[in-house]
Design a protein around this ligand. Structure first.
Ligand SMILES: Cc1ncc(COP(=O)(O)O)c(C=O)c1O
Length: 385
């Protein structure tokens, strides 16, 4: 139950048990075409999509080296670990990050973001972590940021690594020029692949200003796909099989129902934890539907709590990053997430708290959680495992 890698269904795991084929064969052309077309539906765009054999960090770096040139001003809201890493990548590429910072557990206001656009009219791009995995904060103003980017002629890049497939991001409609996600989070495939969508505007810029990178040159990937339905370099074939199956599962369920399932499970988690007397780190307006960050009660020790949860109940959750280490635990609410994951996690957390001396009302928490999971029934999610 960590915020990625997430649980992977048998269907996706089994898809990897197939012969290693030539990546220059017609079998691969078909496989890759189906992935690229499926990815367009996941990103909700008619623009190009690219699959990289790299984890999310590679794709984030690709988004930076393809668009940022020395001296470029880049607006970056920073409200946790992944925004911080993003700003460092921009600096490494010679860009000048314009930081809009917020304390851990909070998000920069849309007014402060708008102010940055107004103050830095020539900014080349805005890079936004949609869902800050380290704090469980989601940005609810992505559509508005897209409108600002369009108004000011700024490229809009979204780090949707722990967001896409679990929350709302119609990439083309909201004007995202580069959207980055990866295999091991809400898409519920094994780690090792990342996916990007590239708008026409971003593609034009990259073609006219090739990046200082061979492996991450996105226009090269797009050209190879257009001409041959191939990747420029050897792809991870088993992972391509896995993402192919994972995308099929997403499309069978439908994006709308999938997002609703994530929201329902997240809400059930928040309500259930509240009933146990636990406090979320994040205010309701900006709290994540995919990463649930919960504060520890005063007398609970992070390591001891997670060790017992892991060893006695076989439920693994994540701790906090940096200043939040020891103060919160984080639960992944992504991908395959369903009522049994929510109830098993909640029951186990309640039991560990009780065993470690807290007074908790398990019965009430289970009743409330079960109530809030009820809408899942009407979503008729397919059984994938
Ligand atoms: C928001 C966000 N961005 C980027 C990354 C980096 O991805 P990876 O660990 O796959 O390199 C992560 C990983 O958790 C993330 O949550």
């Amino acid at each position: 139950m960590i915020p990625g890698p997430t649980n992977v269904s048998d269907r996706v795991m089994n898809a990897m048990i197939s012969p290693i084929i030539s990546h220059r064969s017609s079998d691969f052309h078909q496989l890759y075409s189906e992935i690229a077309e499926g990815a367009q539906q996941v990103f909700e765009t008619t623009d190009d999509t690219v699959v990289l054999t790299s984890s999310g960090t590679g794709a984030i770096e690709a988004s930076v080296v393809n668009l940022v040139r020395p001296g470029d001003e880049v607006i970056v809201p920073v409200f946790g670990e992944f925004g911080q890493r993003l700003s460092e990548s921009i600096e490494l590429a010679g860009g000048k990050p314009i930081l809009i910072e917020a304390p851990l557990g909070e998000a920069p206001t849309i007014d402060s973001i708008e102010e940055a656009f107004e103050k830095h009219k020539g900014a080349k791009a805005v890079y936004v972590v949609c869902n800050e995995t380290s704090t469980g904060v989601r940005i609810p103003w992505l559509k508005h940021i897209g409108e600002l980017a369009s108004k000011y002629g700024t490229l809009f890049v979204a780090d949707a690594v722990s967001y896409l497939g679990g929350d709302e991001l119609p990439v083309e409609q909201w004007g995202v020029d580069l959207c980055v996600t990866c295999s091991q989070k809400c898409l519920a495939a094994p780690p090792g692949l990342s996916l990007l969508s590239v708008s026409k505007k971003a593609r034009k810029f990259i073609e006219e200003n090739p990046p200082m990178s061979k492996f991450f040159d996105l226009s090269n990937y797009i050209r190879f796909y257009e001409r041959k339905k191939e990747t420029p370099f050897t792809p991870s074939l088993p992972l391509y099989r896995a993402i192919h199956e994972a995308i099929l599962l997403v499309l069978e369920e439908g994006m709308e129902r999938r997002i609703q399932r994530h929201k329902t499970c997240a809400n059930a988690f928040y309500q259930g934890f509240k009933a146990l007397g636990l406090k979320p780190l994040v205010e309701e307006e900006i709290r994540s539907n995919t990463v649930i960050a919960i504060r520890y009660p005063q007398n609970i020790d992070d390591k001891r709590f997670r060790k017992m949860l892991d060893e006695e109940f076989r439920i693994t959750v994540a701790g906090g990053f940096g200043d939040l280490a020891g103060k919160i635990f984080r639960v992944g609410c992504m991908g395959e997430i369903s009522s049994h994951h929510v109830l098993a996690t909640l029951s186990a957390v309640a039991s560990v708290l009780k065993l470690q001396g807290e007074t908790v009302n398990i019965d009430e928490a289970l009743r409330i959680t079960t109530d809030h999971l009820r809408p899942l029934k009407s979503l008729q999610q397919p059984l994938s495992t």
